[in-house]
Design a protein around this ligand. Structure first.
Ligand code: AMP
Ligand code: GLY
Length: 421
């Protein structure tokens, strides 16, 4: 197949890597890709979605896969479908499950899907009044996309009110904060679950755990994710079943009733509270770095799964997973997540040890290339992935691989997967 992948992160690299490993007949294109994806295919640079669809038609692209949320919320899927192209991802309307937290929370409430008690409002008085009914900590969320920064966990009522005022005045997040959600704080452990959906049917992948804070022990500021592992032993069959029955099935049925059948990756952020799954949020794409560890655990064809999902034929296939575990450790640049960093040359030692060569790999993200030299270009630079028969073995291998990657200012967490060990 000829496949076009939208995005530039480790997530998109890992999807491409999995597809490349299937066989030699696939041809891959990236919009825009990064300094390492050009080894797996061809990077293009066409920002306008109509022009991109024209490119897809002219180059006989069989399937387009959308990685990040922004093009989905902008309606790239609708534009491609109007031109009879096959594209995997939700429509602009269905992408509101991520694009608007107000839409998402109201949807959850309408279809009785368990979620934290909340209010959605543009009125400061209403928000303050509801805040006074909650016990701290209190969670305040901006309605729109804020690049993962729009959630404030306030430790007391005064801080919650400051966060509300700054959002509603447009000061903290511009238009994205002109409506807010105020909600109760859920105390439990967090999971990332991913359902690949075709509008009617779905395939639930293995549950993962992300590590959102910058520093060991879950300290420091929130990031896009500093590492992940899967499958997590914190989920048993009973919990998977509860998530299917209480969250995924009613969501797919509800979205059909809303006239926006959900096709794409439904990323369910779950807090397990006293053994019961509560929906924290939906995203409409794979998590990053979760995707980087889930792709290498799939033993059946990844491209076929996306193609069948994009053509509403998921029920025709059986997806298979390896019995191994995967651990991914993110290497971020010096100033992440505060500001950009000066590009730094990346040196990757040659791997001599069979065990490490056969059971680890690197998914590249924030990298650029000049004269065949890779540079860490800021943000999250790459993910070292280790596979193993136990979580500990996978983790140890991932960290051994980390020791062989060098660039100035490299930053990692040393405790990825601690909750399972
Ligand atoms: P979100 O973007 O909604 O996933 O929020 C970002 C992070 O904030 C989540 O991954 C959780 O760690 C945390 N969070 C969000 N909502 C709540 C809540 N109601 N209770 C506790 N933690 C939350
Ligand atoms: N790793 C969490 C996310 O991609 O939103």
């Amino acid at each position: 197949m000829k496949i076009l992948i939208l995005g530039s992160g480790g997530r998109e690299y890992s999807i491409a890597r999995a597809i490349s490993n299937e066989n030699d007949t696939h041809e891959l294109f990236f919009q825009p890709g990064n300094g390492a994806t050009d080894i797996l295919g061809t990077n293009i640079n066409i920002k306008d979605y109509n022009d991109l669809a024209t490119f897809a038609i002219q180059n006989n692209i069989d399937l387009t896969i959308v990685g990040p949320e922004a093009p989905l919320v902008d309606g790239v899927v609708d534009i491609f479908k109007a031109k009879s192209l096959t594209i995997f991802g939700p429509s602009k309307e269905a992408a509101q499950l991520e694009g608007s937290k107000v839409y998402m929370k109201n949807f959850l409430a309408k279809y009785n899907i368990p979620t934290a008690k909340y209010i959605e409002t543009a009125s400061i008085e209403e928000a303050f009044k509801f805040t006074d009914t909650l016990t701290a900590p209190i969670v305040v969320k901006a309605d729109g996309l804020c690049g993962g920064k729009g959630v404030i966990i306030a430790q007391n009522h005064d801080d919650a009110k400051v966060a509300i005022s700054e959002m509603l005045s447009g000061k903290s997040f511009g238009d994205a904060g002109l409506k807010v959600i105020v909600e109760e704080f859920l105390d439990g452990y967090e999971l990332s679950m991913f359902a690949v959906c075709d509008g009617d049917d779905y395939i639930l992948l293995q549950a993962a755990q992300d590590h959102k804070r910058l520093l060991d022990g879950d300290e420091g500021p929130n990031t896009g994710g500093m590492g992940a592992y899967a499958p997590t032993p914190l989920v048993d069959e009973e919990l998977y079943q509860k998530v299917k029955d209480r969250v995924i099935k009613p969501t797919l049925e509800g979205m059909k009733k809303e006239g926006a059948p959900f096709e794409g990756v439904l990323f369910i952020g779950i807090m397990v509270v006293n053994g019961e799954p509560v929906t924290l949020e939906f995203n409409v794409r794979f998590g990053d770095p979760e995707c980087e560890i889930l792709m290498p655990l799939m033993t059946s064809s990844v491209s076929d799964m996306f193609y069948k999902a994009a053509t509403n034929h998921l029920s025709d296939i059986k997806v298979e997973f390896s019995s191994q575990y995967a651990v991914g450790v993110v290497m971020a640049s010096e100033n992440y997540p505060y500001k950009s960093s000066t590009p730094a040359e990346i040196i990757v030692d040659e791997v001599h040890h069979d065990e490490i060569r056969d059971n680890t790999h690197i998914s590249y993200a924030g990298v650029s290339k000049e004269d065949d030299t890779l540079y860490a270009d800021g943000g999250r630079v790459l993910v070292c992935v280790g596979l193993g028969d136990t979580i500990k073995q996978a983790r140890d291998r991932a960290y051994l691989r980390c020791g062989q990657v060098h660039f100035k200012g490299k930053k990692i967490r040393t405790d990825i997967a601690y909750q399972a060990l």
